[in-house]
Design a protein around this ligand. Structure first.
Ligand code: NG6
Ligand code: CA
Length: 505
């Protein structure tokens, strides 16, 4: 290889410009869980302060119309990494903790593309994209395929969610601190006979479930799914944010100056169970949900401080966002409802997690890169599905035709250099919606208007809905009858995006 490059350097007229090109920026994506548009003080929250996130927002671009692709976690993460709308692929709904990996090794991912571009790549935190073969992972052996097989050089993850078993960390395909004498057994169907459950022994619980979450008890909290063994490997919820933050910091410390890096830090905060470290208790008047936001802000501050200390901040593109809209009670009695006060988790938007209304997918989204980005606020329509094509453009990579089928190169918008984002965007909840400019069309669907567990408005309606967000940001005036032509136009575009199997230009 070396000699080829040497020859090129001598012969190619491009070599001079390459040699003088600005070094590729490092990229850090901080992906919060269930954080709503209104949950940060830079987006208007007053009952919780997020000074560290706000500082990044002040030095970067704060987006007001940026989206996940879906109102739940797994599909959003699938899209973020593959550049494909998750609804195109079966089996990409919320996964159990023992699901197999849903991203085929070999396909282009954000991580594999950046690795190809010469980046050192790492993922720390929540994964929730399955691990191992379709039949599920071998928790007691090598857990593969996983992040390390789809483009990440380093991984330190939890398999699914904080409220699902197994409650252990997996580092580069091995359960951390596993005692081979005490193997892990997982079942999502059958309880293990002699293991206590939240349903049978609620007196053992320090936080009680409000719905579901009454299987295995770990650290005084009952979860979804059954687990036995692996006692030495069990996580401690109170330490989770610190554990992930430390791993992310040490990933940053290990980088070398000549190799750019990509870090995907996917926090457990502020998903349930919300069990921040005691030093965050009562940091806000909102109970554990507010305190978890404060703890998330602390993590962001540690990453920012580390970039400063290592003198990396200037040429690092930091992005902060969330995987879906907010939910107040997602399954535990954690005072989230009684202490909410006038806090608006979804800001001015209707709905939240699980919802087809804007609150489901419109999330906080901040980009900061001091060497390149001029601070400001942008209302460009952008989505996390665009990272793949946009960062490919940023790093000079050409995507093959079948890669990232729904990812648009909106790099200029992400850098605040253009107000033009996407022309349209599909949002996924129980039904699909299409955004086009200020218009929002929600296709007709069958189902409850409210999620009985979480009290979220689902946005599902048997007639279909049309809203004009320019004067109805809260999606309250359904124009489907008044503007049938507009509705048909959007429905036709949605149908085309569906039928074509891709939407990337
Ligand atoms: C739901 C869980 C919810 C949460 C969600 C996934 C119940 C009743 N509810 O099924 O608590 O875990 O799945 O959240 O079990 S997500 O952010 O990972 O999509
Ligand atoms: Ca989530």
């Amino acid at each position: 290889m070396k000699s080829v490059f040497a020859t090129l350097a001598v012969l190619s007229p491009l070599s001079t410009s390459v040699a003088h090109a600005a070094p590729k920026p490092n990229i850090v994506v901080i992906y919060a869980d269930d954080l709503g548009y209104g949950d940060l003080s830079c987006y208007g929250a007053t009952r919780v302060q997020t000074p560290n996130v706000d500082r990044l927002a002040q030095g970067g671009v704060r987006f007001t119309d940026a989206h996940t692709t879906s109102a739940t976690c797994t599909p959003s993460r699938y899209s973020l990494l593959t550049g494909e709308y998750a609804w195109r692929k079966k089996g990409t709904g919320i996964l159990p903790g023992d699901a197999g990996l849903i991203i085929e090794p070999g396909r282009a991912t954000l991580a594999s593309m950046l690795k190809q571009a010469g980046y050192s790549t790492g993922v720390v935190g929540k994964w929730h994209l399955g691990l191992g073969p379709q039949s599920g992972p071998d928790w007691n052996g090598e857990i593969t395929p996983g992040p390390n097989q789809i483009g990440f050089d380093y991984s330190f993850i939890m398999a699914a969610t904080g409220d699902r078993v197994p409650c252990v960390y997996v580092e580069n395909g091995r359960v951390v601190n596993l005692d081979p004498q005490d193997p892990i057994k997982i079942s999502y169907n059958t309880p293990f006979e002699d293991e206590p459950t939240g349903a049978k022994q609620p007196e053992l619980l320090k936080m009680k479930p409000s719905h579901g979450h009454n299987n295995a008890i770990v650290n005084g909290i009952s979860r979804i799914g059954h687990m036995k063994g692996g006692k030495a490997a069990l996580w401690n919820d109170e330490d989770m944010a610190e554990t992930f933050t430390q791993r992310a910091v040490s990933f940053l410390e290990k980088q070398t100056p000549d190799t750019p890096f990509f870090l995907y830090l996917s926090t457990h905060n502020i998903h349930v169970p919300r069990v921040p470290h005691p030093r965050f208790t009562a940091k806000t008047p909102m109970g554990p949900r507010g305190d978890a936001i404060a703890e998330l802000d602390w993590s962001v501050g540690e990453i920012a401080k580390t970039l400063d200390r290592l003198k990396l901040a200037d040429n690092t593109l930091v992005i902060i966002s969330s995987d879906n809209g907010p939910v107040v009670n997602d399954g535990y009695f954690d005072e989230s409802i009684v202490k909410l006060g006038d806090h608006k988790p979804a800001g001015p938007f209707r709905g939240g997690k699980y919802s087809a209304f804007e609150g489901g997918t419109r999330v906080p989204f901040i980009t900061r890169w001091p060497a390149r980005i001029k601070p400001g606020v942008s209302d460009a329509l952008v989505s996390q599905v665009d990272f793949l094509a946009s960062f490919a453009a940023l790093t000079g990579q050409k995507l093959s035709d079948n890669a990232a089928p729904d990812s648009f190169d909106v790099l200029q918008a992400l850098l605040g250099e253009s107000k033009a984002g996407r022309e349209n965007l599909v949002e996924q909840a129980g039904v699909l919606s299409l955004r086009q400019g200020d218009w929002k069309y929600i296709e007709a669907g069958q189902g409850a208007k409210k999620n009985a567990n979480t009290n979220t408005e689902t946005g599902i309606d048997p007639q279909g809905q049309l809203f004009n967000l320019s004067d109805d940001i809260g999606e309250t005036k359904n124009l489907i009858a008044a503007q049938p032509q507009k509705a048909q136009e959007l429905a036709a575009t949605l149908k085309k995006i569906r039928d074509d199997g891709r939407s990337r230009p």
